[in-house]
Design a protein around this ligand. Sequence first.
Ligand code: FES
Ligand code: FES
Length: 151
Amino acid sequence: MTHFKVNGIERSFDGDPEMPLLWYLRDILGLTGTKFGCGMALCGACTVLQNGKAIRSCTKQMDSVGGLDIVTIEGISEHGPHAVQTAWVEVNVPQCGYCQPGQIMQAVSLLSSKPKPTDADIDDVMAGNICRCGTYQRIRAAIKEAAKETA
Ligand code: FES
Ligand code: FES
Protein backbone atom coordinates (compact mmCIF):
# COMPACT_ATOMS: atom_id res chain seq x y z
CA MET A 1 0.00 0.00 0.00
CA THR A 2 1.38 3.38 -1.04
CA HIS A 3 0.54 6.46 1.04
CA PHE A 4 0.82 10.02 -0.22
CA LYS A 5 -1.12 13.31 -0.37
CA VAL A 6 -3.06 14.90 -3.20
CA ASN A 7 -4.08 18.52 -2.70
CA GLY A 8 -3.51 18.16 1.03
CA ILE A 9 -5.68 15.05 1.43
CA GLU A 10 -4.13 11.75 2.58
CA ARG A 11 -4.52 9.04 -0.06
CA SER A 12 -3.49 5.41 -0.39
CA PHE A 13 -3.17 3.14 -3.41
CA ASP A 14 -2.63 -0.60 -3.82
CA GLY A 15 -3.44 -1.01 -7.51
CA ASP A 16 -1.17 -1.45 -10.53
CA PRO A 17 2.25 -0.11 -9.46
CA GLU A 18 2.97 0.90 -13.06
CA MET A 19 -0.16 3.03 -13.40
CA PRO A 20 0.81 6.59 -14.34
CA LEU A 21 -0.02 9.19 -11.71
CA LEU A 22 -1.97 11.04 -14.43
CA TRP A 23 -4.37 8.08 -14.76
CA TYR A 24 -4.83 7.95 -11.02
CA LEU A 25 -5.57 11.68 -10.77
CA ARG A 26 -8.02 11.76 -13.66
CA ASP A 27 -9.70 8.35 -13.60
CA ILE A 28 -9.71 7.48 -9.90
CA LEU A 29 -9.82 10.87 -8.18
CA GLY A 30 -11.72 12.62 -10.98
CA LEU A 31 -9.28 15.53 -11.03
CA THR A 32 -9.59 16.16 -14.76
CA GLY A 33 -7.91 19.57 -14.78
CA THR A 34 -4.62 17.78 -15.45
CA LYS A 35 -4.53 16.88 -19.15
CA PHE A 36 -3.14 14.05 -21.25
CA GLY A 37 -1.12 15.20 -24.25
CA CYS A 38 1.73 12.93 -25.31
CA GLY A 39 2.16 10.41 -22.49
CA MET A 40 5.92 10.63 -22.98
CA ALA A 41 7.00 13.64 -20.88
CA LEU A 42 7.31 15.73 -24.04
CA CYS A 43 4.49 18.30 -23.92
CA GLY A 44 3.81 19.38 -20.32
CA ALA A 45 0.00 19.07 -20.47
CA CYS A 46 0.07 16.71 -17.46
CA THR A 47 2.22 18.90 -15.20
CA VAL A 48 1.54 18.75 -11.46
CA LEU A 49 3.60 19.73 -8.41
CA GLN A 50 5.58 17.14 -6.47
CA ASN A 51 6.65 18.64 -3.14
CA GLY A 52 6.29 22.06 -4.80
CA LYS A 53 8.24 21.29 -7.96
CA ALA A 54 6.77 20.70 -11.42
CA ILE A 55 6.80 17.12 -12.71
CA ARG A 56 5.14 15.27 -15.60
CA SER A 57 2.45 13.02 -14.16
CA CYS A 58 2.17 10.91 -17.35
CA THR A 59 5.52 9.25 -16.70
CA LYS A 60 5.37 9.19 -12.90
CA GLN A 61 4.41 5.67 -11.81
CA MET A 62 2.22 5.02 -8.79
CA ASP A 63 4.95 2.91 -7.19
CA SER A 64 7.07 6.08 -6.86
CA VAL A 65 4.61 8.46 -5.19
CA GLY A 66 4.95 7.12 -1.62
CA GLY A 67 5.35 9.95 0.91
CA LEU A 68 4.99 12.66 -1.72
CA ASP A 69 2.86 15.77 -1.62
CA ILE A 70 1.16 16.07 -5.02
CA VAL A 71 -0.73 19.21 -6.01
CA THR A 72 -2.89 19.56 -9.10
CA ILE A 73 -4.42 22.62 -10.74
CA GLU A 74 -7.48 22.07 -8.53
CA GLY A 75 -5.36 22.45 -5.39
CA ILE A 76 -3.02 25.39 -5.99
CA SER A 77 -5.03 27.86 -3.93
CA GLU A 78 -7.21 27.30 -0.88
CA HIS A 79 -8.84 30.72 -1.03
CA GLY A 80 -9.94 31.94 -4.45
CA PRO A 81 -7.78 31.99 -7.55
CA HIS A 82 -4.00 31.73 -7.29
CA ALA A 83 -2.07 34.87 -8.37
CA VAL A 84 -0.96 33.00 -11.49
CA GLN A 85 -4.56 32.18 -12.41
CA THR A 86 -5.57 35.81 -11.88
CA ALA A 87 -2.74 36.97 -14.12
CA TRP A 88 -3.75 34.41 -16.76
CA VAL A 89 -7.22 35.92 -16.82
CA GLU A 90 -5.96 39.51 -16.85
CA VAL A 91 -3.65 38.84 -19.79
CA ASN A 92 -6.29 36.64 -21.46
CA VAL A 93 -3.73 33.89 -22.09
CA PRO A 94 -5.73 30.82 -23.16
CA GLN A 95 -6.83 30.13 -26.68
CA CYS A 96 -8.21 26.55 -26.88
CA GLY A 97 -7.09 26.12 -23.25
CA TYR A 98 -5.95 22.51 -23.44
CA CYS A 99 -2.33 23.12 -22.45
CA GLN A 100 -3.09 25.83 -19.91
CA PRO A 101 -3.40 23.82 -16.66
CA GLY A 102 0.07 22.45 -17.36
CA GLN A 103 1.39 25.90 -18.24
CA ILE A 104 -0.02 27.34 -15.01
CA MET A 105 1.45 24.55 -12.87
CA GLN A 106 4.85 25.05 -14.50
CA ALA A 107 4.59 28.81 -13.87
CA VAL A 108 3.63 28.27 -10.22
CA SER A 109 6.68 26.04 -9.81
CA LEU A 110 8.92 28.64 -11.49
CA LEU A 111 7.70 31.52 -9.32
CA SER A 112 8.12 29.53 -6.13
CA SER A 113 11.80 29.06 -6.87
CA LYS A 114 12.39 32.36 -8.75
CA PRO A 115 9.95 35.05 -7.64
CA LYS A 116 11.35 37.57 -10.16
CA PRO A 117 12.24 35.53 -13.25
CA THR A 118 13.97 37.10 -16.24
CA ASP A 119 12.80 36.46 -19.79
CA ALA A 120 15.57 33.88 -20.09
CA ASP A 121 14.43 32.16 -16.88
CA ILE A 122 10.86 32.02 -18.18
CA ASP A 123 11.88 30.74 -21.61
CA ASP A 124 14.16 28.13 -20.08
CA VAL A 125 11.64 26.74 -17.58
CA MET A 126 8.58 26.97 -19.83
CA ALA A 127 10.28 25.49 -22.91
CA GLY A 128 8.97 21.99 -22.18
CA ASN A 129 5.33 23.11 -22.09
CA ILE A 130 4.00 23.03 -25.63
CA CYS A 131 1.10 25.20 -26.77
CA ARG A 132 -0.33 24.30 -30.17
CA CYS A 133 -2.14 27.64 -30.22
CA GLY A 134 1.08 29.61 -29.78
CA THR A 135 0.17 31.58 -26.66
CA TYR A 136 3.80 31.84 -25.59
CA GLN A 137 4.00 35.65 -25.62
CA ARG A 138 0.94 35.96 -23.42
CA ILE A 139 2.22 33.24 -21.08
CA ARG A 140 5.43 35.20 -20.60
CA ALA A 141 3.48 38.42 -19.96
CA ALA A 142 1.20 36.71 -17.45
CA ILE A 143 4.12 35.22 -15.53
CA LYS A 144 5.60 38.71 -15.21
CA GLU A 145 2.24 40.01 -14.06
CA ALA A 146 1.94 37.23 -11.48
CA ALA A 147 5.49 37.91 -10.29
CA LYS A 148 4.36 41.37 -9.17
CA GLU A 149 1.88 39.70 -6.82
CA THR A 150 3.86 36.70 -5.62
CA ALA A 151 7.25 38.41 -4.99
S1 FES B 1 1.12 14.18 -21.37
FE1 FES B 1 2.73 14.26 -19.96
S2 FES B 1 4.24 15.52 -20.89
FE2 FES B 1 2.71 15.22 -22.43
S1 FES C 1 -4.08 27.29 -25.66
FE1 FES C 1 -4.44 25.75 -27.15
S2 FES C 1 -2.79 24.36 -26.89
FE2 FES C 1 -2.29 26.05 -25.62
